[in-house]
Write a protein that binds this ligand. Structure first.
Ligand SMILES: CC(C)(COP(=O)(O)OP(=O)(O)OC[C@H]1O[C@@H](n2cnc3c(N)ncnc32)[C@H](O)[C@@H]1OP(=O)(O)O)[C@@H](O)C(=O)NCCC(=O)NCCS
Length: 223
């Protein structure tokens, strides 16, 4: 028997869910930072900045001291769009989970509970402006507490969304994930999602060089 069970969100879960959402989202900043470091322009900045300082001032100490400052700058660059996304979600859908996800039959919010603690979450709602008149469900905010990862919980939560999509007569389930989020991609690909496209979500992501992978899953017809 699974050591956790998945159920619908209840109002008393709010505090645990918000805490998990904040930590799960900010966890991605370190991956974003290493992604930044691999960009050619960061390489140029980290070599060129101290190099130019050395040539200008003749001080090796000064140019070495510039390095931590530049690394901190790249950390902030990686953090900015992720924190912005988080703040936006906390002000919109996550500000009233019941209103946004549980008042409509076509949306839902689930949590994974283990030993009385909420340790995983996922939600889904109809995709706005779905192409070709398709009925598409968007999967959002998948997260598992760090100490409970690697036990198949994200896969079970995602399967719950896929079952919901089939029960509600959706044609497809869609989602987006950052290009460097390998753990999430593995979950989705193992469950039959395929990468439909790759793009920057908006200007702030483009400036930081962070691409999104857009995944789709075709819901098998239940007829
Ligand atoms: C992504 C996340 C939800 C996965 O949760 P989880 O419960 O550990 O996932 P599961 O145990 O169901 O499956 C994880 C799979 O990814 C693999 N995996 C874990 N880390 C990985 C990595 N860095 N690279 C590649 N695969 C990885 C695991 O081995 C496992 O595959 P397996 O079943 O073949 O062994 C979790 O890491 C998380 O909460 N991350 C922070 C929030 C987040 O990124 N959410 C997704 C937003 S799109």
């Amino acid at each position: 028997m699974a050591p956790y069970h998945i159920r619908k969100y209840q109002d008393q879960d709010r505090e645990a869910v918000i805490d998990m959402f904040i930590k799960g989202t900010l966890y991605l900043v370190s991956f974003g930072f290493f992604h930044q470091l691999k960009q050619p322009r960061s390489f140029l900045l980290l070599l060129g900045g101290p190099g130019a300082l050395f040539l200008g001032s003749g001080s090796l100490l000064l140019s070495l001291l510039a390095l931590p400052g530049l690394l901190a700058f790249l950390w902030l660059v990686a953090r900015y769009p992720i924190k912005n996304y988080l703040d936006h979600a906390l002000r919109t859908d996550m500000s009233d989970i019941r209103k946004f996800y549980l008042n409509d039959r076509g949306s839902c919010f689930w949590v994974a509970e283990k030993e009385g603690q909420v340790v995983g979450m996922v939600c889904a709602c109809p995709q706005k402006m779905a192409p070709g008149g398709q009925k598409r469900l968007e999967l959002l905010h998948l997260s598992v507490r760090q100490e409970h990862r690697g036990q198949g919980m994200a896969k079970s939560l995602t399967q719950t969304v896929l079952q919901f999509a089939q029960d509600q007569g959706y044609d497809a389930v869609v989602l987006s994930t950052l290009s460097f989020n390998n753990a999430a991609q593995r979950v989705y690909e193992q469950l039959g999602f395929w990468k439909a496209r790759e793009a920057f979500d908006s200007l702030k992501w483009r400036v930081t060089g962070m691409t999104f992978f857009y995944y789709e899953y075709s819901v098998p017809s239940s007829h």
